[in-house]
Design a protein around this ligand. Structure first.
Ligand SMILES: Nc1ncnc2c1ncn2[C@@H]1O[C@H](COP(=O)(O)OP(=O)(O)OP(=O)(O)O)[C@@H](O)[C@H]1O
Ligand SMILES: [Mg+2]
Length: 371
């Protein structure tokens, strides 16, 4: 990688970071187009934070190269620092200060005059739905409010490139939607975003391209369509009225979907994997299956459609699940199971990006985040 490629915000070749015996990042190549959201998807310990830290000049690589807008992260670290901002996995704001105090302080540190820092702080707090909490100490904020103030802090000065390291881990569906709206607003105004996540649906919602990383290596890269095509379209879960009808339901589903059907431990439940290459959306396939069951006189009490979980993605790509590596599994993290993103069949649930109230955080009075 001797020449900078025009149009790329991030370009890495063979990036390596080791910690003793651990090759946390083991030869990562990335090419992130300017003006887009790029998703880096991987389980605990995959090397996401380590990669982000090297790109943000907080860690020195042990091998390979990385350029941000053409500037080498080691030799031209100052130029890089002038153009990037990072919202870390763990909160960086001061818990004992209020929302306003945090933002004004950081604004002053960035060189804003007192009045400008106050104005900018008020503007961001309003845009992120935090005006009512502006005078409260951050330690009394909810998880969702914390993430929002963190992101607000990282865009006090509009960065050309924003790193968001697991911005929604541990948040409830409504708060996740609010953060997603903020990310969309930030990128709409020209900032390139590199987002790390453990949730396929989050990468799906926000990113144009996705790199899947496992044990420090990129194991798949492409548009979300390409990625989904390689891992399947998710699954449909059904609960029948009568357990005696399960064997027949299983057969009907197999024929209707040409899919793998599994019996769940619950005697009335079945799960069918949907085929992404079927040419139909997951919803259309599920509708077909329900129609066939009804024609066969099988009563379905309820059903849900689930996106492939990170485990399913990993299984499809690597033949092992995300927990195979004892070292990465050893970390206990309160991260929720991505399967909780499952949507019920009766209406859109949390993951759809349409929840009421989401607009309050993502948009200011003029309908945009003032970045
Ligand atoms: N400072 C450090 N010293 C020693 N080992 C480290 C250090 N930082 C990270 N590691 C190890 O490097 C590997 C990658 O860690 P990293 O934090 O980059 O993963 P991650 O993908 O961000 O995971 P998570 O989803 O849990 O945040 C892990 O095995 C981790 O234990
Ligand atoms: Mg991390």
């Amino acid at each position: 990688m001797s020449q900078h490629t025009a149009g790329l915000a991030i370009e890495t070749a063979g990036l390596v970071k080791t910690f003793g015996e651990t090759r946390a990042v083991d030869g990562v190549d990335l090419a992130v187009p300017t003006g887009t959201v790029y998703g880096v998807l991987g389980p605990n310990g995959a090397g996401k934070t380590t990669t982000v830290k090297m790109l943000a000049t907080l860690l020195r690589p042990d091998g390979g190269q990385a350029r941000i807008f053409g500037h080498d992260v080691v030799r031209e670290a100052d130029e890089v620092r002038g153009r990037v901002s990072l919202t870390g996995q763990y909160a960086s704001v001061d818990e004992d200060l209020t929302g306003t105090e945090n933002l004004v302080l950081l604004g002053r540190l960035l060189g804003h005059a007192k009045k400008a820092a106050r104005e900018r702080s008020a503007q961001l707090l309003a845009a992120f739905g935090l005006t009512d909490a502006a005078g409260k100490q951050v330690k009394h904020y909810s998880g969702g409010m914390r993430r929002r103030i963190d992101i607000a802090a990282s865009i006090l000065s509009t960065p050309d490139l924003l790193f968001l390291d697991e911005p929604t881990t541990g948040l409830d569906p409504r708060s996740r939607n609010q953060v997603w709206d903020i990310v969309r607003a930030v990128v709409a105004q020209g900032t390139t975003v590199l987002l790390t996540t453990q949730y396929l649906d989050e990468a799906d919602q926000l990113a144009s391209r996705i790199a899947v990383i496992d044990r420090g290596r990129v194991i798949a890269e492409g548009t979300k369509g390409e990625l989904k095509a390689s891992v399947g379209a998710g699954s449909v879960h059904l609960r029948l009225r009568d357990p005696a009808q399960r064997p027949e339901a299983e057969q009907v589903l197999r024929l209707a979907l040409d899919a793998d059907v599994q019996r769940d431990p619950d005697p009335v439940a079945l799960t069918a994997r949907l085929d992404a290459a079927a040419g139909d959306t997951a919803a259309a396939q599920a509708a077909r299956a329900l129609g066939e069951l009804s024609r066969a006189g099988i009563v379905v009490d309820n059903f849900s459609l689930g996106q492939p979980s990170l485990d399913e993605v990993f299984l499809a790509l690597t033949g092992h699940d995300t927990k195979t590596d004892a070292k990465t599994h050893a970390k206990t993290d309160p991260k929720t199971d991505p399967k909780s993103d499952t949507e019920t069949g009766t209406g859109p649930a949390g993951g759809g990006g349409t929840s009421a109230g989401a607009g309050a955080a993502g948009r200011g009075e003029k309908g945009e985040v003032p970045v």
